[in-house]
Design a protein around this ligand. Structure first.
Ligand code: ADP
Length: 504
């Protein structure tokens, strides 16, 4: 089975959040299970920091210009990096996203990736596209009658909030007839009439769609979570499923994690686990000159955006102080006003020895913190899947989460009598309010202090949960297989007449 992953992120070379980790972890597991998988992403300038070996490239033409496709490997997976012709400055930027021309940038990338794939004409069973960035492949292939060698297209929704708003001329610029897509049954945005919504196009044209957890796949059919695409999703709900993400069990493994001063395993005694956690705390306390190691640590590792409940994170600082806990936040915000706000909070607590707010993207520090924390707080308003709660559990850190999206599928309250005992692994609250959150933190704090044996058992249990990619990758393979065996034949394949390279 030959599968192409078309995406905007890939950990660790181009990672902003969960998307990059999913592409890396899923591809690695697919490869392990015998799938012939290749990842295609843009050649961002920022990649150059990662010492990739880029010694082979192919040239190909599309829309009258010559472009390049570089070959490399990440974690054993073949990767192709698309470098548009030098007349475009789309990927020589500091960041991966956050530019006013993002829609034009990823439309071009997707169009060129398809042109590159057409160059070889080798049969592709599944083109797997991710989020709005590459969702345009669905309608480019179908409406422009391109790439008949691609069997089926699966679209994965990692976050419905981001949809890729564009103008018709953005489509014109990649050789499409933009105006012809501007209808309510195709790409017209349901709210901003007269504009193009790329993700909506993906929902309409994909052969199958999945969201990154079962619960999120159901939530997005409702207006509260649907970001105005709930009606479109409901219309196409027959092709929508949910597959809960995994994590890379090699990358996130306290047994072999070189970022930790002391490794530990899921069969270590609770004393050994707590000692290793304490050593991790001491490294952090020393690095940041905060003598906070004697208290239980609660923290978060997150992008600071409204989705993640920043006002609840802020409220948790005061509560943690009151409860004699240490609070640590590792995060950063793409929203300048939000970043500024958190910097102000940081100044407020600068001299508090039990509060550490650090605003940087630091993978190594994240590893150390997952081990050092006793509890991880995830107070999201919505959460497609969430990886931090899965990673935390692997390090014996107990998640305290709001019951939403994938958090609801993966964390089960350990004091809820209605939850089967074997599933209980954390603390859960329903309402996105400080009162509900603090009640859950308070319960965790109390168990930590007063029921040490129960707490120890909970840590060990959390560490033994299999959140690896093994089961989810199997589900993806099943989804690919059912698409391949479906009798559905795309109309353009019948109507296809061979196009020359320059047409692409
Ligand atoms: P999202 O994709 O919405 O950002 P996820 O929970 O799916 O959220 O994935 C977040 C990933 O990014 C996790 O691996 C987390 O450890 C990592 N992460 C978030 N912020 C930082 C940071 N400041 N430094 C290092 N890693 C971070």
């Amino acid at each position: 089975m030959r599968v192409i992953q078309l995406a905007a992120e890939l950990a660790p070379i181009a990672k902003v959040g969960g998307l990059g980790e999913v592409i890396q972890g899923l591809s690695k597991e697919l490869l392990r299970s015998g799938v012939d998988v290749q990842i295609i992403l843009p050649r961002y300038t920022a990649l150059l920091n990662h010492n990739l070996i880029l010694d082979r490239h192919e040239s190909f033409s599309s829309m009258g210009l010559t472009h390049r496709a570089w070959h490399t490997e990440v974690d054993g997976c073949p990767v192709v990096l698309i470098e548009p012709n030098e007349t475009y400055d789309f990927f020589q930027r500091e960041k991966i996203y956050g530019y006013p021309d993002d829609a034009a940038r990823f439309l071009l990338f997707t169009r060129l990736a398809l042109a590159y794939l057409a160059l070889h004409g080798q049969a592709i069973d599944i083109l797997h596209v991710h989020d709005w960035h590459t969702a345009s492949a669905t309608f480019i292939i179908r409406e422009e009658k391109l790439c008949p060698h691609i069997g089926h297209v699966l679209l994965t929704i990692h976050n419905l909030e981001y949809q890729g708003h564009a103008a018709t001329w953005d489509l014109d610029r990649v050789g499409l007839k933009g105006a012809s897509y501007l209808t309510s049954s195709k790409l017209e945005d349901p709210v901003l009439k007269g504009t193009i919504n790329i993700l909506k196009g993906g929902l309409v044209y994909a052969d199958a769609i999945n969201a990154v957890s079962k619960n999120y796949a159901e939530e997005i059919l409702r207006p509260e979570y649907g970001f105005h695409l709930d009606k479109t999703l409901t219309r196409y709900k027959n092709k929508l499923t949910g597959i809960t993400n995994g994590i890379d069990a090699d990358r996130w493994n306290p047994e072999s994690d070189t970022a930790l001063p002391q490794q530990y395993t899921n069969s270590s005694s609770i004393q050994t686990i707590l000692r290793a956690k304490d050593e991790a705390k001491q490294v952090i306390a020393k690095r940041f000159n905060k003598p906070m190691s004697a208290r239980p640590w609660i923290g978060a590792i997150t992008r600071l955006v409204p989705q993640k409940g920043p006002e609840l994170l802020e409220a948790a600082i005061e509560f943690a102080i009151r409860e004699r806990m240490a609070f640590v936040l590792l995060g950063s915000s793409p929203i300048p006003s939000m970043q500024h706000h958190f910097e102000t909070i940081q100044r407020t607590y600068q001299s508090n020895p039990n509060v550490l707010l650090h605003f940087e993207y630091d993978d190594n520090l994240a590893h150390l913190l997952y081990a050092a924390f006793d509890m991880l707080l995830v107070p999201s308003h919505f959460e497609p899947c969430g990886l931090t709660q899965l990673i935390a559990m692997r390090y014996g850190t107990i998640p305290i989460v709001r019951a939403t999206g994938g958090l609801k599928d993966t964390v089960f309250d350990c004091q809820n009598p209605l939850t089967p005992r074997e599933m209980r692994n954390g603390f859960v609250f329903d309402e996105p309010t400080a009162t509900a959150m603090n009640e859950a933190i308070g319960r965790a704090r109390q168990m930590y202090a007063e029921e040490q044996a129960a707490w120890g058992a909970l840590c060990q249990k959390a560490m033994r949960i299999d959140s690896s990619w093994r089961a989810p990758a199997k589900r993806y393979v099943e989804t690919y297989r059912s698409l391949i065996s479906s009798r559905q034949t795309r109309p353009e394949r019948a109507a296809y007449t061979k196009l020359s390279q320059t047409d692409l």
